[in-house]
Design a protein around this ligand. Sequence first.
Ligand SMILES: [Fe+2]
Ligand SMILES: [Fe+2]
Length: 186
Amino acid sequence: MSFKSLISGIPDIKDMDVDKEKENILEFCEIGRDILTHPRYEEMKEYNHHGDVSCHFHTLFVAYITYKTCLHTDCNTVEATRAAMLHDFYLYNWHIVKHDELHAFYHPKEALKNAEHYFGRLSDLQRDMILAHMWPMHLTPPRSAEGMILTAADKICASFDFMKVSEKFIPIYNKINEVVSGYENN
Ligand SMILES: [Fe+2]
Ligand SMILES: [Fe+2]
């Protein structure tokens, strides 16, 4: 599968209707149920990622786009969706907390470390997806189609954040949170 065909499979957020997405939202939540209900994952609501967009919103936006794109390919949707949910699980306010390395290069490693600490060893596919998601800022591209989809979804969603288009995802984000709250109350 070519990079072009992967990218053309990425859904247009403007066409997404929360009612039509209902079945997909339920499946998406079920795929990441243990992740989405974890208190450390919910903590990402407190960290700003881009502008006033939280890290929690951004990662779910990217993960949902990754999930939807994978459905139209022969990619491993479950593994890809879970890795996308964890791609920015670095758990600090990068505007305040600084490291020797620039955040752009440091945070994928921290996200992977936290992901494996809280959710167990990830597959090689998932590890590479998380570590390579900032490509092409670094030279090594993702080794899989799933990784290419994640890095493309990440760039698209980040652009939407800056262009203030991400609000189109708010109804779906709210529905995901509603489903997750339902898990926590049972
Ligand atoms: Fe990132
Ligand atoms: Fe990201």
